[in-house]
Design a protein around this ligand. Structure first.
Ligand code: IVH
Length: 708
């Protein structure tokens, strides 16, 4: 950057000239970034220039240019990394919070595997590093690429940055031909403090905590900046492998250590839940002196054959869990209670707090859950917090655990102002004044306005364009708010996004002539929208924002039905909440009755269905990815298990068959391809015989799927 004068010292002519210069530089940077995929400056430099532009505009409002970068709508520079699809998905971990949860985790695993009481099963216990995960792919011993976790399926290509991290070997001796090593990038406390000191001296914003600093440093478009940041890496897992590293988790980690990775010295082998909890307590006592942030202990089944048998449940492995450290607490003043209206109409009370640091993060908002929580009741009418209610002006305890939204946990009545009034929860939507009734069994009040309620509509649209949904470059929450209220070119429902360009062409008040928009930025937006006209089935379903239907469930449902057309037919036919299609929907592992009802209702309600249908006209919907079933002899077949199984539990058998692409049914019919019959098989085996369906025993089944 060239030498810059302080803004207060700028003469108007100089300010004008500098605004012109900044407009030019920022427009070129945008172009290099978005169009040519060849960024010519770092995020930090870009942000600094943009900030200076804004500061000058604030000091000299009359000089603001029509093409000012301040108003430019475009993707943020952080979208500039290439994408890498993970060969093996990067998953997250389930949680345990108490010693009982750990025992349950162990019991669940023993039950799933059908282990007899005397059988032993070991676990590793190791610190859960509070950084960001990274996947490193080596081929023939050479580092090929490095990718962040992203959404678990696709991450960002940060290879150039990973190459600057000393803990990451660039070449390996004696490794399998294909080896994906996974681990955590983090920053030590000492390095973090030194970095923040530097940031302060340079007049830059300090980082809130080591994890943010590590993430900000790894995700730099200019790898030279990453190189100047002291990042470290612990290896703790793997993805694709051309040959196993070892037979156990512990030995595999040791092997990674031998290959030159840094592995955590506090990793220990434990024989049962008691020993696991012991190791947790030990690590907890060392937490303050480790020199880096950890937020819990991760337990993993040691035997890799068991890991394979246990497999995964949507986004988490059955064979591992994270035992979290207790949450961080702080006291502060509750200034005000605000009511926010979410995309499903829920009225959510939010506490506006006097900012306070909780475990290294400044918190100024916290959730208050619902009206009962504020009143000091649980959802069954029982007391919580000893029945103490929460009022504006109260002195409250704020609680933060990991990434979850901070909560108001407690209130100190001795510090309550004399004039504090009990909070009166609104019975009407504060945004559209529609009634906000509370239905029986529901803990929250919901606005009944549907898409008429601007808050609901805007939140639904924001969800629709969010990162895990349509993820449209340059169309984020801010732009949705702008377009929602636009007179000439409104976006009021998802389909409007895909008609934007046509409407723009027909409209005299063209987007490119608006304040903050130019030819380029309008075209960029239309291009970004066009790019998303092809979308995966699961992602589309999630994007619709149907209540209870989250990302994992959407993917499960998509994998079950395979394609949108079949799904649509089935979900329409399930509308009476009865019959074969309804049962079929409920039969999906991970879909409960509440979710199924909500899904079926969304497709049965006229207005909502019309919106979905109108949207789909503009889309090419890709079929769901089926589990990898290459070479599976049972892919696409319908199988039935009957009788008792001796080498695996029913749950394991079902999951395994489904992973291999089979459809597992509970009853035998002409459509059944294969029956696996154990001892005691009765009427089902008989029926199969009558129908001429192939029947095999458990050993033959295991032989059939061996090695897959
Ligand atoms: S194992 C299939 N081990 O925690 C399981 N994860 O909450 C793979 N993490 O995304 C993860 N320390 O970023 C594992 N020792 C450790 C970890 C660890 C930190 C992170 C990782 C993961 C997240 C899940």
């Amino acid at each position: 950057m060239t030498e810059t004068k302080e803004i207060k010292d700028l003469a108007p002519d100089e300010a004008r000239a500098e605004l012109a210069r900044l407009a030019q530089i920022l427009s070129e940077a945008n172009d290099a970034y978005h169009r040519q995929d060849a960024p010519d400056m770092s995020d930090a430099d870009y942000d600094a220039l943009k900030r200076r532009n804004l500061d000058i505009e604030t000091a000299f409002p009359d000089l603001k240019r029509a093409d000012s970068a301040t108003e430019q709508v475009g993707a943020s520079p952080s979208d500039g990394f290439g994408k890498i699809t993970h060969a093996v998905a990067m998953l997250s971990l389930g949680n345990a919070f108490t010693d009982e949860d750990v025992q349950e985790f162990v019991d669940r695993i023993r039950k799933y595997l059908g282990l007899p009481a005397e059988a032993e099963i070991a676990f590793t216990a190791e610190p859960k590093i509070d950084g960001l995960s990274l996947s490193l792919r080596y081929e023939k011993g050479k580092l090929i690429h490095a990718a962040t976790r992203g959404d678990g399926a696709t991450g960002e290509n940060v290879t150039a940055n990973a190459l600057t991290i000393a803990d990451i070997p660039k070449n390996l001796q004696g490794a399998p031909d294909v080896l994906e090593v996974r681990g955590e990038v983090y920053m030590s406390h000492a390095d973090f403090d030194a970095l923040n000191e530097k940031q302060n001296t340079a007049g830059q914003k300090p980082f809130a905590n080591p994890r943010n600093a590590a993430a900000g440093s790894l995700r730099q478009l200019d790898a030279r900046i990453t190189a100047s940041r002291p990042l470290r890496f612990f290896a703790y897992a793997w993805g694709e492998l051309s040959a196993p590293l070892a037979k156990t988790q512990m030995a595999s980690i040791q092997r990674l250590g031998d290959l030159g990775f840094v592995v955590n010295p506090l990793t220990k082998l434990c024989a049962d839940a008691d020993q696991m909890v012991q190791q947790y307590r030990l690590i907890e006592t060392q937490r303050a002196t480790l020199g880096y942030d950890i937020d819990g202990v991760v337990y993993k089944v040691d035997c890799l054959d068991f890991q394979t048998r246990l497999g995964f449940r949507s986004t988490t492995p059955r064979w591992a869990t994270a035992h979290k450290f207790p949450a961080e607490l702080a006291w502060t003043r509750l200034e005000e209670i605000d009511i926010q209206v979410g995309r499903t109409g829920a009225l959510s009370p939010v506490a506006r707090l006097t900012p306070v640091t909780v475990g290294g993060v400044v918190v100024s908002n916290a959730t208050l859950h619902n009206e009962d929580y504020i009143a000091g009741r649980d959802n069954k009418g029982g007391e919580i917090r000893g029945g103490k209610d929460i009022r504006e002006g109260d002195w409250v305890q704020v609680y933060r655990a990991g990434d979850v939204i901070p909560k108001v946990a407690d209130v100190d009545l001795s510090k309550r102002p004399n004039d504090a009034q009990p909070f009166v929860f609104p019975t009407q939507c504060p945004e559209c004044q529609s009634d906000a009734p509370r239905e029986e069994g529901d803990a929250v009040r919901r606005c009944s306005g549907g898409m008429i309620c601007p808050a609901q509509a805007v939140e639904k649209l924001k969800h629709f364009v969010s990162r895990k949904a349509f993820d449209i470059d340059g169309l984020g929450a801010k732009q949705i708010e702008m377009f929602y209220g636009d007179q000439d070119l409104p976006i009021r429902q998802p389909v409007d996004i895909f008609t934007l360009q046509t409407r723009d062409a027909e409209n005299l008040g063209k987007l490119k002539n608006r304040k903050g928009w130019g030819d380029q930025s309008a075209q960029n937006l239309f291009d970004a929208i066009d790019e998303k006209r092809t979308i995966g089935f699961g992602r589309l379903l999630f994007s619709l924002g149907i209540r209870h239907v989250g990302e994992a469930a959407s993917n499960l449902i998509a994998a079950h039905y395979g394609n949108w057309v079949d799904f649509e037919k089935a979900v329409t036919a399930a509308a009476p909440f009865d019959g074969a299609e309804w049962e079929n929907l409920l039969g999906i592992d991970g879909v409960g009755e509440v979710m199924a009802r909500s899904l079926v209702l969304a497709f049965a309600q006229e207005a909502e269905r019309a919106g979905i249908d109108a949207l789909c006209v503009h889309l090419t919907i890709q079929d769901a990815e089926r589990p990898k079933t290459d070479g599976s002899p049972v892919a696409g077949k319908t199988v039935v298990f009957t009788g008792s199984l001796e080498k695996m539990t029913r749950a394991e058998a079902k999951n395994r068959a489904e992973t291999l692409g089979a459809k597992v049914s509970g009853s035998v019919s002409a459509k059944t391809d294969l029956v696996i019959a154990g001892p005691g098989a009765g009427s089902k085996a008989k029926k199969a015989q009558e129908l001429g369906v192939e029947i095999i025993d458990e050993d033959t089944w295991l032989e059939l799927i061996k090695g897959l």
